[in-house]
Ligand binder design. Sequence first.
Ligand code: LER
Ligand code: MN
Length: 299
Amino acid sequence: MGSKRRPHAIFQRGMMARPLNEDWYERYMKSAITISLVPEARGGPFVLWDDVAQGCREAQQLGFDAIEIFPPSAAVVRERSVAQLLADHNLALAALGTGAGWVKHKLMLTSPDAKIREQAIDFVRSIIDAAGPLNAPAIIGSMQGRWGDGVSRDQAIDWLRTALDTLGQHAAQYHVPLIYEPLNRYETNLCATVAQGVELIGELTTPNVVLLADLFHMNIEEANIADAIRSGSGYIGHVHFVDSNRRPPGLGHLNYEPIITALREIGYNGYLSAEALPWPDSLTAAKQTIKMFDTLLAV
Ligand code: LER
Ligand code: MN
């Protein structure tokens, strides 16, 4: 994922004693910060907001490796010249979110209405097509929907599986995976834990779907976050780096040391991407995130 040519920001900041070598990108966890471009998502867990150019400047100044964008549409990713901004600021794109399909258009991959399911697949496909050329995956979180409203759990899981197979295969042409995110029980009733996620994506035809471990959701649903990460070995491909109360890491009650140890044990080398509330404000939240990232990964 992401460009392999840029030097790792954590080395540039001189925080780590490890030697810089050619395969650093494959070996180490990387930092990312979210930027939401969706006004309807205001109040949601995104650190930076509205202005992708300013977000890139701040991300670069603070030493992040990458940004993760929550865009309203694929067109906006092109209109705002994201590719150029990434190059100008020596940043990678960690991922694009697809949640605007739900927030803006009320699309769900498991809607009882076949037309809405089709539009949901089209929306996610368009985000994959915007992310792929930038070496980045798309994330399916809230677009998964929920069962009920006349739809049985088995039926909803079947539609979700079909969608993940179709879209995972579609992403493969860009040599990036598709990311699927279990959510806590208040946001979906389909898949809330890493174990359920492993079961779901283990049944797919395509091997090109990975799991997102969002520490906020895991704090609600898992008995032990570190053990859950170990049980997701070989499946976890992205992490939302956030505290128990959805504030930036270090501002809630999560104990990060066992979490980082577990991620190292499973050989996780993807992003720790800050999907957190802009608390107390965006810039302070961003600084807190990179400080925690450096502190946790320096030891
Ligand atoms: C929603 O709670 C979430 O965690 C997002 O990453 C999914 O759209
Ligand atoms: Mn998340």
